[in-house]
Design a protein. Structure first.
Length: 443
């Protein structure tokens, strides 16, 4: 008996252990393909799980999944030598999230014998992990429609060549090794590689800048903007996007991608499944036409380098500037083009001569005039930074002011900035929105 409507989700079950964040407690929950399962359940879609996990997790996972709509659970392999626990240092993806897979070098996967029969499923989504993909191929029906979400453990699409003829869609994130190797500079190479193995679509998830759905048959591109707000937890958000999109593919891949994006947005704003289901049920009542009309933030990865951001802040070697360094890591991680005047023009000796002061002033001012936006971090009420904020406002340039120490909440800074906040998450969203608006104005 076949199950044409049931989505089979294949991958690892992992325990996510999130370290304490901003005075909140640590959080422990089932991760890996269980993230996708939560999204499918919240979307009202039927699904089954085929998983690799340590034996100690099997019964617990079965119980949780059964309570959240799982139609069947297939245990494919035992993880030995490691607990399959990932420690997560940062949950909002401001920058690299600091994942630590405990005892990863000792980890092995022992395939079960005999393996379950998965040929009854026609819609399959695979999240690659530490298991050998080649051994999966024979488990699926020749007419199965398979989607791969490649986030980790694969840096070349030739790894899935054994599935040729059955791969419908590839899903890739800008944070993946595959993207860094083949798509970091231009998306063209990634599209060419995708056409070698997939027949329909490539979905490129571009974090806070939205996503793009590339039609591999006719060359068309659907931009799906992000809806930016407070991020509660970004872990598993991409998995939810992918699974819900596959589950709703009968609506057409374009609408399915928009709905997957809705599900991902809802998942980023809560870690409670019941709240997720409530929010997603409401969101799905919007028509596709209405969804498109609402807009959002569309700033593709490769377009971010077209806009220069002037860093206004005490970027000096002798200043305690942990918050500035954190912001730099965040902006760099998201592929923004940063111009750092102190780095580019040099750090003045103290005391500086009048000639050096004038020369540096004019060079910094010309650089500021040539940039598209300003990201300001006025630590210790740095006077140079505050002057640069004023200059930028006078020049009509958008200013995002990150004030982590609550030192500059005065009328001119707050009201003059396009975005002002003590939260880096808010300021990062603000920079995405500012540049997305500049991009839209040019189109």
């Amino acid at each position: 008996m076949t199950h044409p409507e049931i989505v089979l989700v294949v991958g690892e079950i992992i325990v996510d252990f999130t370290l304490s964040q901003n005075e909140s407690g640590c959080k422990l929950r089932l991760g890996g393909v269980v993230h996708a399962a939560r999204g499918l359940w919240a979307a009202g879609l039927e699904y089954a799980i085929a998983a690799f996990c340590p034996e100690y997790l099997v019964e617990n996972a079965k119980q949780f999944l059964s309570a959240h709509g799982c139609k069947d659970f297939h245990w494919l392999g035992n993880v030995v030598g490691a607990p399959n626990v990932i420690v997560i240092g940062e949950v909002t993806e401001l920058a690299h999230q600091g994942y630590e897979d405990l005892l990863r070098d000792e980890k092995q996967i022992k395939w079960l014998n005999p393996l379950p029969d998965l040929a009854e499923y026609r819609r399959v989504i695979v999240f690659p992990g530490k298991f050998e993909l080649s051994q999966l191929s024979s488990l699926f029906s020749p007419d199965a429609q398979i989607t791969f979400d490649i986030a980790y453990d694969i840096d070349d699409v030739s790894s899935i060549s054994e599935f040729n003829g059955r791969v419908q869609t590839l899903i890739i994130s800008t944070s993946s090794e595959l993207f860094a190797k083949h798509g970091g500079d231009t998306v063209d190479g990634l599209i060419r590689q995708s056409r070698n193995v997939a027949s329909n679509f490539l979905l490129l998830k571009e974090n806070r800048g939205g996503s793009r759905l590339f039609n591999l048959q006719d060359g068309s591109v659907e931009e799906i903007p992000a809806t930016l707000g407070h991020t509660c937890n970004s872990v598993g958000v991409g998995d939810v996007y992918s699974a819900v999109m596959v589950g709703l593919a009968h609506l057409g891949w374009v609408e399915a991608a928009w709905r997957g994006c809705q599900a991902a947005t809802a998942y980023s704003q809560t870690t409670y499944p019941d709240d997720l289901k409530r929010d997603l049920t409401r969101a799905f009542k919007l028509s596709l036409e209405t969804l498109r009309s609402l807009g959002g933030t569309a700033l593709p990865w490769h377009d971010r380098q077209l806009y220069s951001i002037y860093l206004a802040g005490p970027d000096f070697s002798y200043v305690e500037k942990a918050e500035l360094d954190h912001a730099l890591r965040s902006l760099t991680y998201h592929n923004f083009k940063l111009r750092r005047p102190i780095i580019e023009h040099g750090e003045l000796v103290r005391p500086a001569s009048e000639g050096d002061l004038l020369r540096t002033y004019h060079r910094d001012y010309e650089l500021l005039k040539g940039c598209d936006a300003i990201f300001a971090i006025p630590l210790e009420r740095d006077p140079g930074t505050l002057v640069e904020i004023g200059m930028a406002i006078a020049l009509g340039k958008p200013v995002v002011t990150y004030d982590p120490r609550h030192e500059n909440n005065n009328t001119m800074v707050v009201a003059g900035s396009s975005v002002y906040s003590s939260a880096l998450d808010t300021c990062l969203n603000g920079m995405f929105n500012v540049l997305a608006e500049l991009r839209a104005a040019k189109s």
